[in-house]
Design a protein around this ligand. Structure first.
Ligand code: KDG
Ligand code: MG
Length: 403
């Protein structure tokens, strides 16, 4: 048996913070797992170092399911983003080790490829509709088959999804939370105009996506869905906060726009009612925040019964280790829908050398044994952790709102 003899957490900041778990077996085989929780990074680092790693030493690295159950049930305190991100990191690292020992890429261990490649969507954004369309045309020229469109809201100094850089979006931008301002009525006016312009410029052969980022009430989301229906959106994401899964029923009653939700979900219980009542079309839970490949497969299997497809979160705060794990998952599950791909900076890519690749709107995890990704520890050591927070959001009168 490959016995776990060592595990350590590596915190690095090649442009943004990443937390990585590296597990080592007695034969020298190592595996890596992403443990990054944006804006709360050190809590997961501590959870792993202080409470998980001591329990891993001496265990059989092949027993992925048993270790998952041990960490989930054994903590007594179940679920939550910190716990589930820590479990995910262990799970990813163990799949990586199993693949390396088998001499196979992880997707082969998950049942093999169910498709030739993984369709990804890129992020087109700009302060104005014109800038956003220009960015979207650039993505279309690069071969993207699916593009998320977000633009600034006139009268608002900043808007979610609009970045300073064309390709790299970093919302965790300050060592104390930046304060944004939000107006639902102004937002609801601009988005249909954006979609009309996007269809006019890009045509109908490209999928258009949009992220509402938890800001609307269910009935406001129903209104927006209706307004966007003529432009055939691929999905509307995070229309309303999802703590109350029932809220999506009201949106569903008013629009046929497909609904996606789940990037902040951490377990199957967050999405169970949404799936079983067929209130959504895409589940956005991803490997790092939802308990690893082992747990995400369980979520996908439940979703598949109800013809709901996957659409994993893939923003830049999910490290290339998570991206690799997500691509193995995406390639193998029968009910894959789309994968988000917000590319990492060259500094990040250098710290995490990886086998995955992009061509013609599709990605592939590559055929290196394991996850096909590693961390260059020497390079990582050159980038010290830098405290960073996600923004907070207020209405124009100062009331706190969801960011
Ligand atoms: O990529 C998306 O759809 C997001 O909503 C990005 C999130 O704001 C980001 O990952 C938060 O850390
Ligand atoms: Mg989102």
């Amino acid at each position: 048996m490959p016995k776990i003899v060592n595990a350590r957490v590596i915190v690095t900041c090649p442009g943004r913070n990443f937390v990585t778990l590296k597990i080592e077996c007695d034969d020298g085989t190592t595996g890596v797992g992403d443990a990054t929780l944006n804006g709360r990074e050190l809590s997961v680092a501590s959870y792993l170092t202080d409470h998980v790693i001591p329990c891993l030493i001496g265990r059989d690295a092949h027993r992925i399911e048993d270790i998952w159950q041990y960490l989930y049930k054994g903590a007594y305190w179940r679920r939550g983003p910190v716990t589930m991100t820590a479990i995910a990191a262990v799970d990813m690292a163990l799949w990586d080790i199993k693949g390396k020992l088998a001499g196979l890429p992880v997707y082969q261990l998950l049942g093999g490829a169910s498709r030739e490649g993984v369709m990804v969507y890129g992020h087109a954004n700009g302060t104005t509709i014109e800038d956003t369309i220009e960015a979207a045309l650039d993505y279309q020229r690069q071969g993207y088959k699916a593009i998320r469109v977000q633009c600034g809201v006139p009268g608002m100094p900043s808007t979610y999804g609009v970045s300073k850089d064309r390709y790299f979006y970093e919302p965790a931008d300050a060592d104390l939370p930046t304060e944004n301002v939000w107006s639902t009525s102004k937002y609801l006016r601009i988005v249909p105009e954006l979609f009309e312009a996007a269809r006019g410029a890009l045509g109908w052969d490209v999928h258009l996506l949009h992220d509402i980022h938890h800001r609307l009430t269910p009935i406001e989301a129903g209104r927006l869905g209706k307004d966007l229906e003529p432009y055939r959106p691929f999905w509307l994401e995070d229309a309303t906060p999802a703590e109350n899964q029932e809220a999506f029923r009201l949106i569903r009653q008013h629009t046929t726009a497909p609904l996606a939700v789940g990037e902040i979900f951490n377990s199957i219980w967050d999405v169970k009612d949404l799936i079983q009542n067929q209130l959504i079309d895409y589940v956005r839970a991803t490997v790092v925040h939802a308990g690893g490949i082992t747990h995400l497969r369980r979520i996908a299997a439940l979703a598949d019964l109800y013809q709901i497809r996957t659409g994993c979160h893939g923003a830049t705060d999910l490290s290339p280790v998570c991206m690799a794990a997500a691509l193995h998952f995406d390639l193998s599950v029968p009910n894959f829908g789309v994968q988000e791909y917000m590319r990492h900076t060259p500094e990040t890519d250098a710290v995490f050398p990886h086998a995955y690749s992009f061509a013609d709107g599709m990605m592939h995890p590559g055929d290196a044994p394991g996850l096909g990704v590693d961390i260059d520890e020497e390079l990582a050591a050159g980038y010290d952790y830098k405290r960073a927070f996600l923004p907070v959001n207020r209405l124009e009168d100062g009331t706190m709102h969801s960011w």
